[in-house]
Design a protein around this ligand. Structure first.
Ligand code: BDR
Ligand code: CA
Length: 324
């Protein structure tokens, strides 16, 4: 029977929330391949965790490739505080039986997108692999139909006041990708912070009592255990392809990536001038637009703005129940 699900390649750095995103994607999308990148933790863990997730979710045939461990410039920044040293919080796993593919992740991206027209790219980590692929094969600018990216923010950051982790880790790579001309959907922290997985949710996952749900509960108790809640940013991202109604509103605008700022390195600078309301209390695009006479760069990114948390949680729990 023909598989009608949307075809995607996922570039990620699992990472607790990447694992949740993979769990959702493997069930609802046609995941043709996974590429690991160094980010939340080193590549030796992220590629292992990706292989583990294909096995846990019953799809060990999905090929997993390793890309770059280090950002294009400078020293790698990791997020052990959020994801644990291994990327899986306190969960300890055995080495998966599933083997890593021999081809480099960047060559896999090039090969896949040069030879297919109907595959979209989801990125859930630093954009190092994607930028390196574009530099090595510039025709990818015309070949990748769309990138759905967890990264950046329309407002505040997490790594610093304005930069989100995935972009902060490799801003030069992000700049190459955002300036590539490839259509981008951006799910930033402004969106993902509208989600909140509480300890109550974690206990509900545990009570579903399947292999996948018990694993999810263990992972997220590490994240939610700290402050009582967590956002699982990467899972909030992939749902744009799975159930687009969860993203209730998005806005096309121009986004630049700051690579030099003293305080703003890694910021996704969103140009909201065309969307600003006249009443400062009512936020972006909730008022009448100002008349702007300055020259503005064309919109290059569709920025997710409003999230349906109830619909998201229903999808999440239904999916956890559907495994096993
Ligand atoms: C992003 O950074 C990582 O820590 C998460 O996996 C997510 O991709 C959130 O800022
Ligand atoms: Ca991630």
């Amino acid at each position: 029977m023909e598989d009608k699900r949307k075809r995607v390649v996922i570039d990620c750095d699992p990472g607790t929330d990447d694992c949740m995103a993979l769990m959702l994607s493997i069930k609802h999308l046609d995941v043709v391949g996974i590429v690991a990148v160094g980010g939340n933790t080193g590549l030796k863990y992220t590629e292992r965790n990706a292989r583990f997730m294909t096995e846990l979710c019953g799809r060990p045939a999905i090929p997993v490739y390793a890309g770059y461990d280090q950002p294009m410039f400078g020293k790698a920044v990791r997020a052990a505080y959020v994801h644990g040293e291994s990327g899986l919080g306190k969960v300890v796993i055995d080495e998966p039986k599933k083997k890593l593919e021999a081809m480099h992740g960047v060559d896999y991206l090039i090969d896949t997108f040069m030879n297919n027209d109907d595959i979209s790219l989801i990125t859930l980590g630093p954009l190092t692999n994607v930028a390196q692929a574009i530099l090595k094969e510039p025709r990818l600018r015309e070949r990748i139909p769309e990138i759905l990216c967890m990264g950046g923010s329309a407002i505040a950051g997490n790594y610093n006041a304005v930069a989100e982790f995935n972009i902060y880790v490799d801003p030069e790579a992000a700049k190459i990708v955002f300036e590539s001309g490839i259509p981008i959907r951006m799910v930033g922290l402004n969106l993902t912070r509208q989600n909140s997985i509480t300890m109550e949710d974690v206990e509900m996952m545990r009570s579903i009592d399947t292999k996948v749900s018990r694993f999810a509960a263990e992972l997220l108790s590490f994240n939610a255990g700290k402050s009582g809640k967590c956002s699982i940013c990467d899972a909030c991202t992939v749902v744009w392809y799975i159930d687009p109604a969860i993203i209730k509103k998005s806005l096309m605008t121009h986004v630049d990536v700051e690579t030099k700022g003293e305080f703003t390195r890694g910021m996704t600078v969103c140009d909201w001038r065309n969307h600003m309301g006249l009443d400062p209390k009512t936020d972006i695009e909730h008022g009448e637009a100002c008349d702007i006479e300055f020259e503005m760069k064309p919109a290059n990114v569709d920025v997710a703005m409003e999230f349906d948390i109830d619909r998201f949680k229903k999808l999440l729990f239904d999916t956890l129940r559907s495994y096993d």
